[in-house]
Design a protein around this ligand. Sequence first.
Ligand code: LLP
Length: 433
Amino acid sequence: MSLLFGTAAFNEEDHLVIGGCDTTKLAEKYGTPLFIYDVAHIREKARGFKRTLDELGVKNKVVYASKAFGCLAMYKLLEEENLGCDVVSGGELYTALKGGMSPENIEFHGNNKLKSELELAVDSHVGTIVVDNFYELELLKELTSAKNVEQAVMLRVTPGVNAETHDYILTGQVDSKFGFDVNSGQATKAMDIVMATKGLTLQGIHCHIGSQIFAPEGFLVAVERMMSILKEWKEDKGYIAPVLNMGGGFGIKYTEEDTPLEPEKFVQAIVEAVKGQCSLMDYPLPELWIEPGRSIVAEAGTTLYTVGAQKIIPDVRHYVSVDGGMGDNIRPALYGAEYTGMLANRISEENKSHVAVVGKYCESGDILIKDIELPEMVSGDLFAMVSTGAYGYSMASNYNRNPKAAVVFVEDGKDRLVIRRETYEDLVSLDCE
Ligand code: LLP
């Protein structure tokens, strides 16, 4: 048996059930590949962060990093749960607004925001723009002065922390394309510019040290560095930050071997560190913001695939091909990410085969799971890959002109299509003859 998260269970027919819905019925109704999101699980994760921060007595804001998974229904859900969201493009911003997010709960991130994107953000009155570099500061100065408006901003800084994770998802180290460098004085220079700009209000500072982090140590070092910047700014310039934003990156369980710290424990460690530093340096406790993405949606998501061809190379490998692959989940190919899964239509049957589950894309690296024990399979079986809710659909591509999968939300025995499957017609809809 594989990992069962949230409301996942199996019924008397030995079928995987999520949110009270039999996944084999969902496959019949919507086809495969199909992303299934357990909405109760998302709510529980969202509330868990909020509750912990509230209980620790710190003013806070939980800002969901919507790059992990965003669509109209997801933004609506965030609004229901009283979460903010971070967006990193005009497209995400547009979707968030259309999904009903209150602009003041939106944070706009990105290392190369376009002028048109910044204009959309300012015109939409987003709560915060997290400024990443001097070029962006210039653009914002021009925009706010031309429009004669005030915009709240935060400065993203790179505190010089190496979190232990994949190189591509490391962001807090000095050698990074993101944020103002602290050591060379860039962060302080940016602060001076913001303070001297009439249309900009400095809400505080932000850092994000990386993603899929399992231990709190990196965050603790980052808190220390962030607080020492704030201390310097208080002493030298009399500036007191209303907000400290420590980003996201809390790790989740993809396989049985993964042992991430529980999200609440991360938050606890961060809050304690911030409180400790504040009392040490006699600094008023700032409002604490965090930006979890993966830890809110990853484990709530399952991808359902239909098994097709199989190839057995004696003494070498047994390939089981499914009807999706790197187009709906690039993470194994891109990061060497490991996943697990189960047969959704015979969930407790004995494992008899050692197989590689591979996709249908024209690429040898299109391997979803390289080694997994599963029951013997026949074409038409349903393979459920778990913990696919983050950076799966959001990084999907149309490689080989495969249409993008559909996405359903399930909750209390009800299913709801939230992103329809692409059609061949959709695929050619942007083409000009
Ligand atoms: N805040 C900022 C500024 C970020 O850049 C990110 C992620 C997050 C929050 C959310 O991090 P999370 O809690 O989801 O780890 N595509 C990669 C992950 C890239 C993360 C980029 N930034 C993957 O599939 O693992």
